[in-house]
Design a binder for this molecule. Sequence first.
Ligand SMILES: Cc1ncc(COP(=O)(O)O)c(C=O)c1O
Length: 358
Amino acid sequence: MTSSTSQDLYSTPDESTSENKAIDLRSDTVTRPGSGMYDAIMSAPVGDDVYGEDETVNALEATAASLLGKEAGLFLSSGTQSNLVALLTHCGRGDEYIVGDRYHIYTSEAGGASVLGGLSCCLLATDNHGGLQPDQVIASIREDDPHHAISRLLCLENTIHGRVQTPEQISTLAEAVKSHGLSIHLDGARLMNAAVTLGVPAAILVASVDTVSLCLSKGLGAPVGTVLCGPADFIRRARRARKLLGGGMRQAGILAACGLYALEHNIERLAEDHANARLLADGLSNIDSLRVTSETNMVYIEPAVDAHAELRVRLAGQGILVGPEKPAIRMVTHLDIGRSDIERVIDTIIKLYSTLRS
Ligand SMILES: Cc1ncc(COP(=O)(O)O)c(C=O)c1O
């Protein structure tokens, strides 16, 4: 058998130059590792991480924690698992967490905090930018009364559906609830998109919150993983919650290596995804009766109701995959999407939409 390098074994989507390659804009979770990431896997020192002996996992946890200005980190299999571990560690059974009604923790994590943690949820309407107002949050904190669940935690998210929350917005909310004894967890699945857009270090963005889930498998391009960061004692307790959920992994360094590679190489380049999203939004903005909005790496188009389903199907027929959401269709840029892909998407949508509307 001849020996091969990782470059021989794996071709990456960004190396494909075919004019007709599929353009997958459903999410930034669809990226595939490139050869640099595969090389990082091949050379990663590993050990049993449940015993704390995987050097690569330990390095990833320390690197993520330091990037976010927190004492410690914990490597988890997914954003959902990280958020759940955070909620189970912050709260006891019957405690209440406050969350925005469009936040992933509430809408898209299978109700895990209620099912597995016995937590009650206080749902608040988010504004058009995905934010919560301090007054609204304060009013939702329950009085100390035996009739009520105990308000324990405020859950925030950044970015929210692509929209950025500023350090001021976050710290105003955090200060407001801290004085009532609540803690704050931030779902930072796309925190780095917010940091790059604002041009502020991620640590500044999360300085006022207690814990953060930082996903490696969204815009940062790793195949798997999220690091939960926070105070050392919290992370020590979170490790037990991770074990409880079956999330203790063994030679997880082969996954953590991708995360380390992503933190080193793929943060600053998010600006390219943002520029591509802006190009797409601008290219579509002159189409009659198509509402277009965009921030960071997400573009939403709101076609006429009768054209929605057909547009998606016809785009798929042209090899362009977009999100299923309604009424707006979501398109997400990422590291496997280049400028020429965006130009093809703009041309295709302009043509298809004018046929559908004629
Ligand atoms: C804002 C947000 N939080 C959390 C998650 C959950 O991440 P995962 O799919 O890794 O469980 C996602 C997934 O897309 C997300 O968009």
